[in-house]
Write a protein of this length. Structure first.
Lengths: 179, 873
């Protein structure tokens, strides 16, 4: 009885947590996007050379201005994928991209995304642009808002270039795939 | 006997004892409280067998059906569950991304793939919070209901549908739950399956029943047939029938056993019938014999103490017939008290094996109060240990043979004693007197001996008839009885007499009645009788009364016969005295209490004593000298008289021989010795005389033997032979008491007597009338013609002496001359005579003697001692 009560308590706590990420609340847009960043990691397979060691942490890097506040750190805190921890790094330049597995490029930086992407020499970085056209411009994934809901598009060619394998299930969710 | 069998059967039937259910007992079954098991067990074997087989097959088929159904259900559900779970897994896999990115549309599209599976009617994806995220419902399914509550992972079966709840995971992360629900196809399929199974089951059951019905008959048919045979046998009693055997196995064995049993029953039945037949015949024969013999039968079961009496047995005693067992004590209770112990002892002796059979004659009380005599015989049946378990036998009424005298048809002694006993009982109660008459024919032995036994019997019959007639007409016939006690003895009971005089009247009438002579064998015979009368007051027992009457009869007889006497106490005393004499006399000979007196016999012509008659006296230690009349008649009743006579003979001869040595007289003195009839007739007399003469040396010529007329007449032939032998020995023979007997005078000539002694009774009456003189004269004349001497006895007076002298008697004897004297006195007299004889001889030289002077001298010298002698002149 006490165990079931404990389980129930956990579910409720979890519910409260997710409720804070409700997409209906515009202020929570980045909270959803933070979760998406984390989820992308689960449906994408990185080449093994992307990690220095089997236990090397999974790095999510935020380029430039950080729109997430603390929510990105909160999202990944304590989570693992194939026993890899998540770390959140803030980088100011593409040159610092080494060691990053997911690179979030904010909307401000997205205006000159093509040159930036060209600068990235390291393979195996899942680039996520916070602007609607980012995928068309060379980023692998780009966020967009549709009827208040966060959606995303995937550039499969870009992903292939980066030697990332994207799960078909993720692909089936993408609104459009820019070539 | 039939009820012995029917009762137990009836008892068993009506006592409601459980009767074996296999038997035909219509009222033994009580359906109202019959239990199911009982109901079942009352069915026929065929039905029971069919039911059992049907029950077995239905249990087996139903079990199999359930098992099949269970297994099929398990298989169906398992298959359905596996199928649905696989679907769920696929959907779950496909839904991970949609869930991760909360993409409902994508989720719905994924679920829409379920359309391809017609079994799935509903699918719901729940998010990680348990809220329905996406839902699919098959078209045509019932209207959408609220999404079911999220459940724990697993497969559920509800209302025939399969529900699967499966988690949606991505890596380690739980994203939500997929719920799928199948349609009711499993249930439908199972229902169909159940229907088929049931159908198969029913068909199998029917087939099993059919089969069992066909099969059971193979088992029950022989049994039914067997029971039919048994029933027909029990109805027809035909034990020759046999059951037919079909095949082997237990039924075959049963039929064999049944037939074997029938054979045994048949054999036994045949044996029983044969035994029954022979038993019936034997019983019939025995019953016929018993009826013919007029015997009663009895059958005593010693073990149970029950006894059966036949109807004749009861009838004999005047008892009502009864068809049941009785108590043996009923029997013993009827036995005369005096006989009871004896009968019991006889039964016991046989029961214990001491006697080879039980046989007893005894009295039993008839219901009319009298006693009957019965002869009961019995034989015990013994078991293997020899213990008597049963005794049975016959009972014969022997009253008639027992109590009737076959010659005269009068009741016998036994009956008379019984009658006396009854009368004594009655007299004690009523204080009335009755009389017992004891009758004895006078001189019957003489008649019997002289005329023969047939004549004697005829006489007895005649006397019996007259006695009966005189009592019938002379006294209260109903209270009287005449009986023959035995021999020539009769007895009469006179009931209700006032005193002895009443009885005396009857006694006199009897004497009168016997006056007319009887005609026997063409001759007239006079019979007289002596009667003794005893009153019932004189004794306490029948034996007492009879003995008293006997004593009185004896008294009457001793007083001269043909008369009666009434018993009084004096008679009894005399009778006792007589008994004492008899016993004392036996000792007297050895104790030398007997002495001999000598009575002189005097010659009428010479007035001389020519000899002596030896007369015995008994010097009784208490009563002094007893005369012969006091003990000789008693001695004559037994062979005592022979001993006595032998002693007298020897002593008298010895004495005379001695006197012969001392004194010499011419002619020599003779000695006369009385010989009893027994001594004369029973032999040994001649030898005795020879021996005595040899021992004493007495001259046979000096011995005279006196026998009475009646002694000779008792057995004339023997007597004659004896007398002739004695005659050849030169012994003198005298006939004593002549004139009193029956023999005719002419008879005398055949007998070798020398001397006749005329009885004193004639001498005594000589003076009274001419008749006696005539008799004496006739005797004397006869004796003369036969060349016999005549002796007159009992001469007591001068007149008598003169008369007998005148009549021609040769010798006299009697008180007128001398009383009998003892040996010393006699010897003294003889010595005197001898002296005087010598003196005369001396006086006259060798001259002749003068006996008269002799006698005178004797008289003078011994006057005091021998007064009578003085008359001898």
């Amino acid at each position: 009885m006490s165990r079931r009560g404990a389980t129930l308590g956990l579910v409720i706590a979890l519910g409260n947590c997710l409720a804070a990420e409700s997409p209906e609340q515009p202020l929570d847009e980045y909270r959803v996007k933070a979760a998406f960043l984390y989820n992308f990691a689960k449906f994408v397979e990185w080449p093994s050379e992307a990690f220095q060691s089997p236990n090397a942490p999974f790095a999510i890097c935020v380029l430039g201005r950080d729109p997430f506040g603390r929510s990105l750190e909160d999202t990944v805190a304590g989570r693992t994928i194939e026993s890899r921890y998540f770390v959140v790094r803030h980088i100011s330049s593409v040159k610092q991209v080494s060691g990053c597995h997911v690179l979030f490029i904010g909307s401000v930086e997205s205006k000159r995304i093509s040159p930036m992407l060209a600068e990235i020499k390291t393979a195996g970085v899942l680039t996520v642009g916070d602007s609607d056209g980012a995928a068309s411009e060379g980023a692998i994934i780009s966020f967009k808002l549709e009827a208040g809901k966060v959606r995303f598009a995937i550039n499969a060619a870009a992903a292939e270039r980066e030697k990332l394998r994207i799960s078909s299930r993720l692909l089936s969710l993408a609104v459009a795939v820019a070539q | 006997m039939s009820f012995h069998i029917s009762i137990p059967v009836a008892l068993r039937l009506f006592a409601g004892q459980p009767i074996c259910s296999s038997g035909p007992a219509p009222f033994a079954i009580r359906p109202h409280n019959m239990r199911p098991a009982a109901a079942f067990s009352n069915r026929s074997i065929g039905v029971r067998l069919s039911l059992l087989i049907a029950l077995n097959s239905s249990v087996a088929l139903t079990s199999a059906g359930f098992a099949l159904f269970g297994y099929e259900s398990f298989l169906q559900r398992g298959a359905a569950a596996r199928e649905l779970s696989a679907q769920a897994r696929i959907i779950a896999e496909s839904s991970t991304a949609a869930l991760s990115f909360s993409d409902e549309r994508a989720a719905t599209q994924t679920l829409a793939a379920l359309r391809g599976d017609s079994h799935v009617v509903e699918g719901i994806v729940y998010d990680r919070n348990g809220r329905p995220f996406s839902r699919y419902e098959r078209a045509g399914s019932p209207p959408a209901s609220p999404a079911p509550q999220l459940r724990k992972t697993g497969v559920y079966f509800e209302n025939g549908a399969v529900l699967v709840f499966q988690p949606i995971r991505l890596g380690d992360e739980s994203l939500g739950t997929i719920f799928l629900k199948s349609n009711n196809e499993v249930r439908a399929r199972l229902t169909q399956y159940v229907g088929i199974v049931c159908l198969v089951l029913l068909l199998s059951q029917g087939f099993a029943l059919l089969l069992s019905y066909r099969l059971q008959s193979t088992i029950t048919a022989p049994i039914t047939e067997l029971s039919g045979v048994a029933r027909s046998i029990s109805v027809d009693k035909n034990y020759a029938v046999r059951a037919v055997r079909h095949g082997g196995g237990e039924i075959g064995i049963l039929i064999d056993s049944f037939n074997h049993m029938l054979s045994q029953i048949e054999n036994r039945e045949l044996a029983r019938k044969a035994a029954e037949e022979s038993l019936r015949e034997s019983e019939e024969r025995y019953a016929l014999a018993a009826r013919g013999a007029n015997d009663g039968l009895w059958d005593w079961k010693l073990a149970t103490g029950e006894i059966y009496f036949s109807s004749r047995w009861n009838q004999m005693l005047g008892r009502p017939d009864r068809d049941r067992w009785s108590d043996p004590e009923e029997w013993f209770g009827l036995i005369h008290p005096a006989d009871r112990d004896r009968v019991r002892a006889a039964i016991e002796a046989h029961r214990l094996g001491a006697a080879p059979e039980f046989s007893s004659e005894y009295r039993m009380r008839h219901t009319n109060g009298s006693f009957i005599w019965v002869l009961t015989r019995g034989i015990a049946v013994r078991n293997s240990e020899g213990t008597a378990i049963r005794m049975a036998g016959s009972q014969t009424d022997i009253t008639e043979g027992k109590v009737a005298d076959p010659l005269t048809s009068l009741p016998n002694r036994l009956y008379f004693l019984d009658k006396l006993e009854c009368s004594l009982d009655a007299a004690r109660r009523s204080k009335n007197l009755f009389a017992v008459l004891f009758l004895d024919l006078d001189r019957f032995k003489l008649i019997n001996d002289s005329l023969g036994h047939a004549a004697g019997d005829e006489l007895l019959t005649g006397v019996a008839g007259r006695l009966r007639a005189s009592v019938r007409t002379g006294w209260k016939a109903r209270q009287s009885a005449v009986a023959r006690l035995g021999g020539d003895e009769f007895a009469i009971l006179l009931g209700d007499v006032g005193d002895a005089a009443d009885a005396a009247v009857v006694a006199q009438r009897i004497l009168d009645k016997l006056d007319p002579p009887f005609r026997l064998d063409g001759r007239q015979v006079f019979a007289t009788i002596s009667i003794g009368i005893a009153l019932s007051s004189s004794g306490d027992t029948p034996e007492d009364l009879l003995r008293n009457a006997d004593t009185a009869m004896y008294h009457a007889k001793s007083r001269g016969k043909a008369r009666f006497a009434v018993f009084d106490e004096g008679m009894r005393e005399r009778a006792v005295a007589r008994l004492e004499i008899e016993t004392g006399l036996r000792k007297a000979i050895e104790a030398q209490q007997l002495i001999i007196y000598y009575q002189p016999e005097i010659s009428v012509s010479t007035q001389q004593v020519i000899g002596y008659e030896a007369l015995v006296r008994w010097n009784h230690p208490a009563r002094g000298i007893l005369a012969p009349s006091e003990f000789i008649p008693i001695a004559e009743e037994s062979d005592l008289i022979v001993h006595l006579g032998r002693w007298v003979l020897k002593e008298a001869c010895r004495q005379m021989a001695e006197w012969h040595k001392r004194f010499v007289f011419d002619p020599p003195l003779t000695i006369s010795v009385n010989i009893s009839s027994r001594h004369l007739n029973d032999g040994g007399l001649v030898e005795d005389v020879e021996r005595v003469l040899r021992e004493t040396g007495l001259d046979p010529k000096c011995l005279k033997l006196e026998v009475t007329e009646s002694s000779v007449m008792q057995d004339p032939e023997t007597s004659l032979r004896t007398l002739r032998r004695l005659k050849l020995m030169s012994i003198g023979l005298e006939i004593d008491d002549f004139g009193t007997g029956y023999s005719s005078l002419s008879y005398l000539q055949r007998l070798p007597f020398d001397t006749v002694k005329i009885d004193r009774s004639f001498i005594k009456e000589l003076g009274a009338g001419a008749e006696s003189s005539e008799i004496v004269r006739t005797i004397v004349e006869l004796a003369r013609s036969l060349e016999m001497d005549v002796v007159a006895e009992g001469v007591e007076t001068r007149e008598q002496l003169q008369t007998v002298t005148a009549l021609g008697c040769d010798y006299v004897q009697g008180y007128y001359f001398a009383k009998p004297m003892g040996a010393p006195t006699t010897q003294a007299l003889l010595a005197t005579r001898d002296e005087m004889q010598r003196a005369f001889a001396a006086l006259r030289g060798a001259g002749s003697r003068d006996p008269r002077g002799d006698a005178q001298h004797e008289t003078k010298s011994r006057k005091d001692d021998v007064p009578v002698e003085s008359r001898v002149l």
